[in-house]
Design a protein around this ligand. Sequence first.
Ligand SMILES: Cc1cc2nc3c(=O)[nH]c(=O)nc-3n(C[C@H](O)[C@H](O)[C@H](O)COP(=O)(O)OP(=O)(O)OC[C@H]3O[C@@H](n4cnc5c(N)ncnc54)[C@H](O)[C@@H]3O)c2cc1C
Ligand SMILES: NC(=O)c1ccc[n+]([C@@H]2O[C@H](COP(=O)([O-])OP(=O)(O)OC[C@H]3O[C@@H](n4cnc5c(N)ncnc54)[C@H](OP(=O)(O)O)[C@@H]3O)[C@@H](O)[C@H]2O)c1
Length: 274
Amino acid sequence: MAETQYTRQTVLARTEWVPGKLFSLRVTRPEGFEFVAGQFARLGLPQAGPGENGAPASPADPAQQPAPTVWRAYSMVSGAREPWLEFYSVVVPEGQFSPLLARLQEGDGLYVDRTAFGFLTLERFADGQDLWLIASGTGLSAYLSMFRDGEPLRRFQRVVLVHGVRSAQELAYRDQILAWQREAGTLDGQQRLVYLPIASRETLPGAPQSRITPLLADGRLEAAAGLALDPARSRIMLCGNPGLLADARALLKTRGFAPGRRGVPGNLAVENYW
Ligand SMILES: Cc1cc2nc3c(=O)[nH]c(=O)nc-3n(C[C@H](O)[C@H](O)[C@H](O)COP(=O)(O)OP(=O)(O)OC[C@H]3O[C@@H](n4cnc5c(N)ncnc54)[C@H](O)[C@@H]3O)c2cc1C
Ligand SMILES: NC(=O)c1ccc[n+]([C@@H]2O[C@H](COP(=O)([O-])OP(=O)(O)OC[C@H]3O[C@@H](n4cnc5c(N)ncnc54)[C@H](OP(=O)(O)O)[C@@H]3O)[C@@H](O)[C@H]2O)c1
């Protein structure tokens, strides 16, 4: 990538959600970097050298900084008007990029492409009354940015946020989501923001131990939300694991949900993370 296409930013803060697996980074925001909630940035780092566990991200002399060689897409967690960028990441131990990103500490450098990309944005839906935001793992990131802007609850009567993870400890940002839920209040005696955390490898109080897809297939997700999926009024986003997304998309097709095509607004939007 040409040097003019990216800028070097600095890590401001780091949150460890699950040691060795899940963390967030807050970094300085490049001047002029604009995005819509739901979009992603391309992040770059220098490749680890032979025998190294990653090249130092911030040598004292900026002229000595190694150029970025590995790039990956990361959804913004921060809102479009926040003064920094925030990212939420999994560590794939055998991956080329995420173990390097996981090593960064406050003050370290991170390269950010000047342009934001992506189409998982609420602009995709022209209308609709209920918004369903369904994520596995770090797929939650894109939705957090939307909530930080406030758009889901401004535009939709009800919002259902489904977060599928392996275990309870991976329910990152849970307290923040519960605070948004309290702020959103109720409509006709029901929560306007329905938060459905789902764990597949342990039992959460009040929720079945399951992946998301079986719950979508047999109606338990709708029952838990207290809301029916209706192609005329529901708008659905899916983000994260491509296996989940493929199965959910096929299931939803039978229920009348499909992404938009040129000129025809859809009621489904999907973003695969790999
Ligand atoms: C549009 C878009 C947005 C993305 N946003 C995020 C984000 O906000 N946070 C984030 O952690 N990742 C995100 N990713 C994935 C990210 O780009 C990297 O793939 C990931 O960080 C792993 O990089 P890696 O080089 O270590 O492994 P890679 O070689 O990229 O991936 C190796 C394998 O790891 C698994 N894997 C990759 N990403 C994930 C993931 N997020 N969760 C679980 N398993 C995974 C898959 O099995 C994949 O085949 C996004 C990807 C896309 C396309
Ligand atoms: N587990 C660890 O301790 C650990 C530690 C460090 C890093 N990692 C890395 O973390 C990555 C996995 O991250 P993750 O757990 O956030 O993502 P994930 O594997 O996509 O799992 C997230 C949720 O999606 C479910 N799921 C997976 N495939 C599905 C499918 N085809 N259909 C429907 N649901 C599906 C999972 O259920 P299931 O539980 O049934 O799969 C789980 O509930 C791996 O690459 C691994 O290398 C793991």
